[in-house]
Structures are given as C-alpha cells and as structure tokens.
Design a binder for this molecule. Structure first.
Ligand code: BMA
Length: 341
C-alpha cells in the first residue's frame, strides 16, 4: 500500500519526469501584500495574492515554524500556529502540497536564528551538550505541530537550511561538517524513530551560491534525505538589474546542473526550495529571468518567498494591483508550469 509520503514522492517525481515544474509561494493563504487573515479560527482561507493575479492557487505553500520551539502562539512573522495548521490542512484538502521551514531561535544565546555570535551553538544542542535537554523540548514542539496535521498529510520539511553560508547559527563557519550532519540526523532520528512520523519528506536545502563540493560537504546521507533543494535569490547590487539577472541565471543554472547530477546518482528529487527577486523590480522577471533559468531542468517545484503585509517592498509574488502582475500571469500560463487546478 502506498503511504501518503509515497504518494507525494511519486507526484513530485512525475512533475520532473513529465517536464513540469510546480509553483510554490511562502505564506500564501495567511496574508498577502496588503491583507492579513484576521479571524484565525473562521476565515475561509480563500484569499491568495497568487490566485488574485493568476486565477489559481500555487501548488506548493510554504510555512515557517520559527517560534514554535518556545511555544509561542505566533511564528516569527506573526502567523498564528492554529491558523497555520488550518491553512496547511485546507491547502492539502484542495490538492496542494505543504512545505515547512524552521527559523528557530538561538538556544545558547537567546537571540534569533540569525544570531551568529557563538560558534558553539550546534555543539551545545547535540547529545552531551549543555542545551541538549532544552533542545529536545524544541524538537518535541516542532514534531507536535507536524503530528497535529495527522498521518494522512505528508509534508516536505527542510530544517537547517542555507547551511553553507554563515548567517544562521547552524551555518558553515558556526559548526563542523560532522556537527551539522549530527544535527540533521539527530532531528531526523527524533522525528521518525522516536516520534514515528512517517509522513515527512526530508529536504536538504543549502544556499545556492556554493559549489557541488561545498553542497555535499554537509550532506547528512541518503537515508536522511528525500529531496535536494537549493535557496537562490536574485540580488540587485550597484551594477544594476541586468547584471543581477545574468548573475542569478548563471548561478541558478550551475546549481541545478550539479543538483541534477547528484539527484541522478543518489536517486533524489530536486527543487528550488526558495527563490525570488525582492519587490519584483524587473517587470519581466518571471518569463525573462526565472523561466529560462529553470525550464531545462527537472526541478519538481520552485517556491518564491513571502509577500509581507507589513513591509511594502518585501514581496516575491505579484499581487492584485501590482503593475508587473501581467508577467506572473503569463508565467502561470506556460505549458511547463503547474498551478493548482
Ligand atoms: C526572511 C524575511 C524575514 C522573515 C524570514 C522568515 O527571508 O522574509 O522577514 O522573518 O525570512 O520567514
């Protein structure tokens, strides 16, 4: 009998095999560029910036568990965890796919995920470390959330992401490769063996601006990973937009080329786990920049980051009224690109 996880894995493989790429958006359904769900218990969860623009929901919706470790009622971006659960289940009921990331606080310093003031944090949460007991409680709370979605809801979980760069406390200069692998494996072991959560598709998603040797230097191992992800953004620097687009395309194609080779060798799915151009200042970003860079690769899905409702320039998908919306709509109509029907 196929488990819910098998069904999800096959679905993602079939996108790749059929030359399709599913589209995803972070925090879709719970807020958008200029709106936020107020009634966390009763809102019908129909609104979506992506649907406003393209007429369809994204296939993949991402949510972030940051804050769950301290039993906060809302995550780091103000999303109520009860609402997140409802939105995740509603999206799955509509035929969508849910992916979860996690920006937990720094357990050693009390700072946030970006607090890199100590390179002893990973060591401190591993067995024998001074924060291990507390960290077990953090893992328990994250596992409780996933368990609460029920055994029939398979989700993609990508903890300890962007781990080759050094901007999170689990980053490249903040722990050794072995400590990182132990962190990932320990998390996997706790969720799957101690908690018996078999509905999780595990995604390893380093930041994109690394080479294949760096990418694999912290790979936890085939038995702990189902999917190879990569987080790559377009950044506009002093040399301007056109340069930024070229740089992004070169970097993305290089990453997808080696991911495809590693995926083939290790029989893993691949995805573009996070991407985007903040503020979509390029009016043809979707069809001129993103699409040409991904179209020749078996990426099962691409996810653009969130449309913050409280930071007007911080958005990665178009929204109703945005002057560049037509290009995202054109992207949604391309043969290869899949939105939720
Ligand atoms: C970042 C930004 C932040 C946010 C964080 C976690 O990329 O969007 O505003 O808090 O992701 O979602």
């Amino acid at each position: 009998m196929e488990t819910p996880k098998d069904v999800l894995v096959h679905r993602l493989f079939s996108y790749a095999e059929n030359g399709k790429i599913a589209y995803g958006h972070q925090d879709d359904l719970v807020y958008g560029h200029s709106w936020v769900v107020e009634d966390v218990e009763k809102d019908p969860l129909k609104r979506s910036d992506v649907k406003d623009v393209t007429g369809k929901y994204p296939v993949v919706v991402g949510f972030d568990l940051g804050g769950i470790e301290l039993a906060d009622s809302c995550n780091l971006d103000g999303v109520d965890f009860g609402l997140m659960r409802r939105a995740a289940l509603k999206h799955i009921e509509r035929g969508g796919i849910v992916t979860l990331s996690w920006h937990p606080r720094n357990p050693l310093t009390g700072g946030d995920a970006w607090d890199i003031s100590s390179d002893k944090v990973v060591e401190s949460v591993l067995p024998g470390g001074e924060k291990h007991t507390e960290f077990m409680l953090w893992l328990r709370r994250a596992a409780d959330f996933i368990e609460s979605l029920g055994p029939d809801s398979a989700v993609i979980f990508r903890p300890w992401h962007e781990n080759i760069g050094s901007w999170f406390w689990w980053g490249g200069n903040l722990c050794t490769p072995d400590q990182y692998k132990d962190l990932y494996r320990f998390t996997h072991m706790y969720f799957s063996q101690v908690r018996g959560l078999t509905n999780i598709l595990w995604c390893y998603s380093p930041n994109g601006n690394c080479n294949p040797r760096e990418y694999m230097s912290r790979y936890p191992g085939d038995e702990f990973v189902d999917m190879l992800g990569i987080d790559t953004y377009e950044y506009v620097g002093p040399t301007g937009l056109a340069d930024a687009a070229v740089h992004y395309q070169v970097e993305l194609k290089a990453a997808l080329t080696y991911l495809a080779a590693i995926g083939m060798e290790h029989e893993k799915l691949m995805c573009l786990s996070e991407t985007g151009l903040e503020g979509l200042q390029d009016p043809k970003w979707w069809t001129d920049v993103l699409y040409p860079a991904i179209k020749d690769f078996s990426v099962s899905y691409v996810l653009t980051w969130r449309n913050a409702h409280d930071k007007p320039g911080h958005f990665y998908a178009a929204w109703n009224g945005f002057e560049g919306a037509a290009d995202m709509k054109a992207f949604s109509k391309l043969d290869k690109i899949v939105f939720l029907d």
